[in-house]
Design a protein around this ligand. Structure first.
Ligand SMILES: [Zn+2]
Length: 301
């Protein structure tokens, strides 16, 4: 793999760039780096990576939502513009169609990039009783017929649950070991190093935003920041590009239980970070930038 690059897309649901103040759980949070990003004091460099404030509104009125935002991130197609509105929750048939044709996994596969993976595990129930509604990430993975990781993989240290600490699984009766942010980072780093493209999805941030739970929000943001810091330490950033982004704001303003209209942070670390960052302005730019990076420089000319 010496002349190839690995890319990790670290997707965080519901994390926008907010202003400082009591409604923002990141304000005053110790050890919030690299997530402690505030309007009016933006630095282009965050923990050695390049920050690009990114537009999740995509030229469509209303508050950005998960299904259309995630579809946009995972395909490069402006899904809200295609639908004419921001779609909440799970993708409808029109969004599933976009995902089935343009999923980032499919684009990479078609470009001849082998070694694509979704690092998240799903619970047994997903496999035994297929849910009526599936997430944009699920549809994106299925478009390329990639396998899903299981709870056994979580036990064996070969997958992460979206709540990488496993607290939710343990509380709901699944027998899995609790993981510290450092242990979770080690597992993800190992998956990333064995693949050309890895997607990891984390969504408790959006849940905490809707719940308007300041203590819960601070706890999970601290764990998330700590996991990302450790991950960046573990990865060989000469050969790896990490791109963190979100579908819309929410947790950065607990004064409202709605999503926000704020930009979201895209942060690019590692190989080609500066070049990749210049290609990103909106959520529709994420997939094209990753595909270009993962496929590698063209040999023409
Ligand atoms: Zn939400």
């Amino acid at each position: 793999m010496s002349d190839t690059v690995s890319v990790l897309l670290f997707f965080i649901d519901g994390l926008g760039i907010g202003s400082r103040g009591p409604a923002n759980p990141l304000d005053g949070l110790p050890d919030a780096e690299p997530l402690g990003i505030f309007q009016d004091e933006l630095s282009p460099v965050i923990s050695g990576g390049v920050l690009v404030p990114t537009d999740p509104r995509l030229g469509v009125a209303g508050r950005p939502q998960s299904a259309s935002g995630q579809t946009t991130i995972l395909t490069g197609i402006n899904a809200p513009a295609t639908l004419g509105y921001h779609k909440q929750g799970f993708p409808n048939a029109e969004l599933r169609e976009i995902l089935s044709r343009h999923s980032i996994f499919l684009q990479l596969k078609d470009a001849g990039v082998d070694g694509l993976t979704f690092a998240n595990a799903y619970r047994d129930r997903f496999f035994t009783e297929r849910p009526r509604w599936v997430s944009a990430t699920t549809a994106a993975v299925e478009a390329a017929q990639l396998p899903f990781r299981t709870i056994d993989d979580v036990r064996n240290g070969n997958a992460l649950y979206q709540d990488f600490t496993n607290q939710f699984l343990i509380e709901t009766g699944t027998s899995v070991p609790a993981r510290s942010p450092r242990e979770a980072a080690r597992i993800l780093a190992s998956i990333v190093s064995e693949h050309r493209f890895t997607l990891y999805e984390y969504f408790i941030t959006d849940k905490m935003g809707h719940a308007q739970d300041p203590a819960g929000a601070r706890r999970i943001l601290q764990n998330l920041a700590s996991m990302i810091r450790e991950l960046l330490n573990l990865l060989n950033l000469d050969q790896t590009t990490v791109i963190l982004t979100s579908d819309h704001g929410n947790i950065e303003d607990l004064s409202s239980r709605n999503h926000t209209l704020n930009d979201v942070p895209t942060i690019v670390w590692g190989a080609g970070q500066r070049d990749m960052a210049t290609k990103i302005q909106t959520l529709a730019d994420i997939t094209p930038a990753i595909v270009e990076r993962a496929v590698g420089p063209s040999v023409s000319g």
